[in-house]
Design a protein around this ligand. Structure first.
Ligand SMILES: CC(C)(COP(=O)(O)OP(=O)(O)OC[C@H]1O[C@@H](n2cnc3c(N)ncnc32)[C@H](O)[C@@H]1OP(=O)(O)O)[C@@H](O)C(=O)NCCC(=O)NCCS
Length: 219
């Protein structure tokens, strides 16, 4: 697995619902000696994120034995990226760790960047590439030859056809479909349930079937 030693303690940073998904996948993967969680406000989340996964303060994490493997489990793409930068600066020597649930199907020829989360029942097909910090959420399909840019989120049940390109920090919404060879621009949002039939420009928010620009949307 890229980005960490198999013997590492894993810190799941972000002790919310998405953090629970990441911690659960990390435990199931058996790739880490121990899984703990942390958050900027650990008191908010009680003692444990999941049974056996304590929520520690940043100070307590810094006292763990090196090397630190860190997975930033925050659904918001911009926040996930900025927290990763902050934590790597704060904990010299820490590395971003990817988590792949054992019930995900990841082709041997797929490339998974550092800090990615590939969840249960998702598919990453041959020669697909995920940049750093990408989320491939439950049941999503990243088909052959796709390239997904850093810090993008392929939400639950979304389907990317073959050779789709997704730009950095884009959100491909839950249950949406992107036809093959199309491009989803950087920082763009494709709404839940949309069917994309044309390239989606950088920073744009489209939704519907077929997907069209959303006039009133804030994304
Ligand atoms: C597209 C999206 C980003 C718009 O969010 P928003 O900016 O808060 O927009 P609003 O909810 O104010 O809706 C604006 C308009 O778009 C419509 N709209 C919103 N989402 C839509 C969607 N997915 N499909 C079709 N229309 C949609 C609303 O009905 C509203 O229409 P109106 O102006 O005629 O009333 C959001 O609805 C969405 O689909 N996000 C994806 C969520 C997701 O999959 N997350 C992953 C979770 S793990």
């Amino acid at each position: 697995m890229p980005g960490h030693s198999p013997a590492s303690v894993l810190i799941v940073f972000g002790a919310g619902g998405h953090g629970r998904v990441a911690a659960d996948a990390a435990l199931a993967s058996g790739a880490f000696t121990r899984v703990v969680a942390s958050d900027r406000d650990p008191a908010t989340w009680g003692g444990e994120l999941l049974p056996g996964v304590p929520v520690l303060s940043l100070q307590a994490v810094a006292e763990l034995p090196a090397p630190l493997a860190v997975h930033v489990a925050i659904g918001n793409n911009a926040l996930r990226r900025s927290e990763a930068d902050r934590l790597l600066a704060q904990w010299p020597g820490a590395q971003l760790a990817s988590i792949i649930h054992p019930h995900a199907s990841v082709a041997a020829t797929a490339r998974i960047g550092a800090g990615c989360l590939v969840t249960a029942q998702s598919v990453v097909a041959p020669l697909a590439e995920l940049g750093a910090g990408v989320i491939v959420n439950h049941g999503a399909v990243v088909d052959h030859d796709c390239r997904v840019g850093a810090w993008a989120h392929i939400a639950p049940g979304a389907r990317l056809g073959g050779a789709v390109r997704v730009g950095d920090a884009a959100l491909v919404g839950a249950g949406s479909t992107v036809l093959r060879n199309l491009r989803v621009g950087a920082h763009a949002t494709l709404g839940a349930g949309a069917v994309l039939l044309a390239d989606l420009p950088d920073g744009a928010a489209w939704a519907g079937v077929p997907a069209r620009p959303l006039q009133g949307a804030s994304a």
